[in-house]
Design a binder for this molecule. Structure first.
Ligand SMILES: *Cc1c(COP(=O)(O)O)cnc(C)c1O
Length: 357
């Protein structure tokens, strides 16, 4: 494509801008901890986006980035290698711009997810080999004259880290009226790594005392990547949807992450269950992972006699997981046993010690 039709491009960018303006900011929700701890815990509720997860921000940024780079013209097919929330959100934006959308995924993907992508007019393309999805997505984009959005490469560069109402800007804005407006920690998992990169860069740029803690599930390559600066680290892969990867993704920026904590899968699920009761709305498993990590940091602050605030990212709601993490049968069938971890949180908020490894 020589050059993109300017009138179409301008209209497309304006469409994304008005979508963004029409979305109210996602809420910051406080969860009460024992008052004498002197520590305030907040959740940035990204499930409030129209497509239900923080991937709404990523999808908007990836499409806008492709548009301003002149990579997408009227009628071009957008392609992604994802069966998850990213594909759902990208399908939503492709439909809004009148562009065809193809999500490449393995044949084992659940019918519910396929239905969500198709509900936004997307088409699903299947591969037998899970590692073939990236090359297949690239090929479909080339053959159709379309564009491969490539979340794992482009997530960290598609978002403006200086502000412009990115997720970090929004959190710091909303915290302004609180008792401890500058959080001691922001806690989030890494899937693409884009969210931790944006927050890590932003707090440095704004010269805030806030530190970024990434929580990493069992089986993920990020722990080795962060601890040993090993960019070639691999792992068997994660069982916590949205976070933890079998390889170190290009969007994982280890130098802006102040702490990386491994969280056992049972602890992620136990914390998810406790959080769902405490907030009164179901949260996804990756929010449980982050909350478990936050309790470790809270205990560290208390031991040091520190007061302050911690912000946990609530990345998606629990509705999509009714048949998985929210089914006791499914948990048992897949070898999860979250009871002890849930009890550990209950005991901690009731006055017991937090066991340290
Ligand atoms: C993508 C995702 C994350 C992690 O966000 P990244 O910016 O990709 O690192 C966390 N939780 C859920 C549910 C996700 O879908």
């Amino acid at each position: 494509m020589a050059s993109v039709t300017q009138t179409w491009l301008h209209r497309a960018i304006a469409t994304l801008e008005s979508e963004s303006a029409a979305c109210s900011d996602t809420p910051l929700r406080r969860l009460a901890l024992p008052a004498d701890w002197g520590i305030d815990l907040y959740f940035k509720d990204e499930s409030a986006h129209p497509t239900g997860s923080l991937k709404h921000r990523l999808a908007r940024s990836l499409v806008l980035h492709a548009l301003v780079n002149g990579l997408v013209d009227q009628g071009a097919t957008l392609v992604e290698a994802s069966s998850g929330s990213t594909a759902v959100s990208e399908a939503y934006f492709a439909q809004m711009l009148g562009l065809p959308f193809v999500a490449v995924m393995t044949r084992t993907t659940s019918p519910e997810k396929i239905a969500l992508i198709e509900a936004y007019g997307g088409r699903c393309e299947f591969t037998d080999d899970p590692s073939a999805i990236y090359a297949t997505a690239q090929r479909i984009a080339e053959e159709s004259g379309g564009h491969y959005l490539d979340q794992f490469t482009n997530a960290e560069r598609a978002t403006d880290w200086r502000g412009n109402n990115n997720i970090a800007d929004s959190i710091i804005d909303q915290m302004a009226g609180e008792q401890h407006p500058v959080p001691s920690w922001v806690v989030v998992g890494a899937g693409t790594g884009g969210t931790s990169a944006t927050i890590g860069r932003y707090v440095r740029y704004k010269r805030l005392a806030t530190r970024v803690c990434v929580v990493d599930p069992e089986g993920s390559a990020f722990l080795d990547a962060w601890t040993n600066a090993n960019a070639a680290a691999t792992g068997p892969g994660s069982r916590i949807e949205g976070i933890g990867r079998p390889r170190v993704e290009p969007s994982f920026v280890r130098t802006v992450i102040d702490r990386l904590v491994r969280v056992p899968d049972n602890a992620s699920i136990g914390a998810m269950q406790w959080c769902t009761d405490a907030l009164g709305t179901p949260v996804g498993a990756s929010t449980g992972t982050a909350l478990w990590g936050a309790f470790g940091l809270i205990d560290e602050m208390r031991s040091a006699g520190e007061r302050g605030s911690i912000v946990v990212l609530l990345c998606d709601g629990g509705e999509r997981y009714a048949d998985t993490y929210y089914s006791d049968q499914w948990l048992a069938d897949h070898g999860f046993d979250p009871v002890a971890s849930r009890h550990q949180i209950e005991a901690y908020v009731a006055g017991a010690a937090w066991p340290t490894a």
